[in-house]
Ligand binder design. Structure first.
Ligand SMILES: [Cu+2]
Length: 113
């Protein structure tokens, strides 16, 4: 189980490193818009996605975290345990700031255009 997690994390790092340059050329629907929660941070802290994008948060910490819109612009997540995901779709352009209610210093932004 934890071996699989490590493998997944390594794959993700490898993919992210090599895919950055090619990212713009990849079809938006084929690109996972993913925000990793790790070391009490949302990474990337700011994510820009096209209208209609589905964004997935994954908790990689041993601590529970939440994803809550600062302005109530999207439904809040439940408390995410290790490995849990939260997915929401952004149907309108805008700037969506969010935070973790357990650790309010953890903030992030999704920019939809
Ligand atoms: Cu948290």
């Amino acid at each position: 189980m934890s071996g699989r997690l490590v493998l997944a994390a390594c794959l993700l790092l490898a993919v992210e490193g090599s895919a950055l340059a090619a990212h713009a050329a990849v079809d938006a629907t084929a690109t996972p818009n993913r925000i990793e929660i790790h070391n009490f941070m949302f990474m990337p802290k700011t994510l820009t996605v096209p209208v209609g994008a589905k964004v997935t948060w994954i908790n990689r910490d041993e601590e529970p975290h939440t994803v809550v819109s600062a302005g109530g612009q999207f439904a809040p997540s439940k408390a995410l345990d290790t490995g849990d995901r939260y997915v929401t779709t952004f149907g309108k352009p805008g700037t969506y700031t969010y935070y973790c209610t357990v650790h309010p210093f953890m903030t992030g932004t999704v920019i939809v255009k």
